[in-house]
Every structure is written in structure tokens, then in C-alpha cells.
Design a protein around this ligand. Sequence first.
Ligand SMILES: CC(C)(COP(=O)(O)OP(=O)(O)OC[C@H]1O[C@@H](n2cnc3c(N)ncnc32)[C@H](O)[C@@H]1OP(=O)(O)O)[C@@H](O)C(=O)NCCC(=O)NCCS
Length: 306
Amino acid sequence: MNRQPEETSFLSGLPEDSDALKNYVSVLERLSEMKELYRERGWPLSVCEATFSDLELWAKEHQENTGVFGISAHLLDWFNLHLHGKIVRLGRLQFNTDSIFGGYVKVFRNRTDGGRCIICNGGLSIDADGLRSHDANGWLTTFAESAEKTEGNQVEKNGRIKREITTLPAAEWQLELTYGEPMINIHIPAGEPITADLCINSFHQAADFFAEHLPDFKWKGFYCHAWLLDPILQELLPEDSKIIQFQKLGHLYPVGGETETIKRVFGNSGIKGTSNPNRMRKKLAEFISAGGVFHNGGMFIMKDEF
Ligand SMILES: CC(C)(COP(=O)(O)OP(=O)(O)OC[C@H]1O[C@@H](n2cnc3c(N)ncnc32)[C@H](O)[C@@H]1OP(=O)(O)O)[C@@H](O)C(=O)NCCC(=O)NCCS
């Protein structure tokens, strides 16, 4: 007689709308495998636990948004990075080593005073605010380089792109960073405020951790792409905002694509569904009502800058 496969866990008896919980448990079941990896590599188990705590954060957020505890299927790839030791949480921030610099910009270093200048790659569509355009109506950046000089559109300190062309003589400026180079990607888990002190402390922990545990990984610095790196927030949030302080820790640059701002600030139900209109939500809701649009943003910090 053919035997039916045995039901392996209580989850197989749950209704279909419990997929999120099944996803959650499928990650939870692999915690022992992750601990084993940490033991083999000689990585502290405290880092394993801190890293794994992300599962709980995402499950709670899912519950707030949908009423169901668990995680969406699209997050399973994200948690594979945790389980395989590619993402580690050190202090307030998470660090992803399975990453290359993803900015469509080039960073040049002044040969004399060490100053940095960020120039956009060519062909990026820019809107009237000097940020990445959401439609085809923007103006296009240009980029040209020769043995003598580089010419292109510079990203200003406030993260906006200058339309007039900047020229960098090769005798004075050398290329320091470009797309595809080894940089550690920062992520900000939900939770306590992102004070500058906590973030800088995290950078130091990461530098020490990777020097000790991944000595052959020649990373050049950190970078982050996130909704909260939108330069427009500098006009909407107060001076004491930790988000703004975070933006000022490094160099801002433009990033295209859909931004998660509304989902991250108002949840799945959007601006009309929020029951707790705090300072940030009020300001952002006013901005949206006046026709404002948000952007993704990027920030990098080189290894010698923290
Ligand atoms: C990142 C995060 C911790 C920043 O919060 P913070 O350090 O308190 O930031 P600020 O000091 O700039 O916040 C200013 C105000 O906005 C509120 N605020 C900040 N982030 C908010 C959010 N995502 N939704 C609603 N309100 C938010 C704060 O509570 C604070 O309110 P108050 O003025 O009434 O005290 C927070 O946004 C968060 O937990 N986000 C989820 C994770 C995330 O988005 N990560 C980035 C993707 S990689």
C-alpha cells in the first residue's frame, strides 16, 4: 500500500491564509543551522542572536499591517542572507557583505586636500528638484572622461544634482569609488531611534568584526539605499530628527526606483488609514497633499571617515 507523506509539522494543517506564519516558521526552523555556521566560523553567538532578532521585527510589522503574525514570502530571500552569514547585526545596524557598491555615481578624491567630489553617471533622468525623476520629463545627466579630465553633473552636499557641468582635472582628482566595487551595504532594522552615536558605534563594531572574521574582504566603506535618505526629508523633518542626523553622517547621492516612504511611515493602509498622526506623519501627509513626491536616496561613508 502506498503511504501518504507524513505531515511534518502542525503548520500543514493551517488554513491557506496562514502562509505568513508558515514562512516565519520555515526561517525559525533554520536557526540551529545558522548557529552551527557561526560556531564553525568562530563568530560570537551573540551576533547570531542579534542578527536573527530581525525575524521578530518583521513578523511584528507584518502583524501591525495585516493582523497576521508572520512574514511575506518575498522576505525568504532576505532571511537567507542572515542564515548564510551574509548579513550581520552589530549594534544598531545590519551589514550585508553580499554586496557591491550600487550607486550610479563616481567618487573622486582630491590629490592634495583629500576632499571628495561625487559625479553622476551619464543618462540619469533628473527632475526640477535636482533628484532622480520618476518620469521621462527630466533632464539627462552627462558624463565624459579623458586622460586629462572628467566632466559631469556633481551631486551637492544636500544630495541634489547640479545641472551645470563640473570639470575635474585628472592632475588634481583621482577616481576613488565606482559602481560594482566592494562596499558593505547597511540596513536599518526597525526599533530604537538611529542616533548618530549608535550608528557610529555600529560602524566601528563592523570594522572590527570584519577585520577579525573576514580579513580577506577588502571593502572600501559602507553604503545604504533607503527611503529615509531622500534629501526632501531635510525640508520636512526638524533639525533634531535622527533621520536627518543619519543623512549627515555620510555623502548623499541620488537613487532611482520606487521608494517605500509611504509604506514605511504610514503602513499598508497609507496616509488616510493612520490612527497615530505623529509629527513626521503630519508633515509628510501635508507634503503629499500639496503634490509632493518622495525619492529613494543613497549615502556612502568611506572607511577613513568614521
Ligand atoms: C529608522 C527609524 C528608527 C528612524 O526613527 P527615528 O530615529 O525616531 O527618526 P527621527 O528622529 O527622524 O524621527 C522623527 C519623528 O518621526 C517619527 N518617525 C520616525 N520614523 C517613523 C516611521 N517610520 N513611521 C512613523 N513615524 C516615524 C519618530 O517617532 C519621531 O516622532 P516625534 O517627532 O513625534 O518624536 C524608523 O523610521 C524605523 O524604525 N523605521 C523602520 C525601518 C526602516 O525604515 N529602515 C530603513 C530601510 S533600510
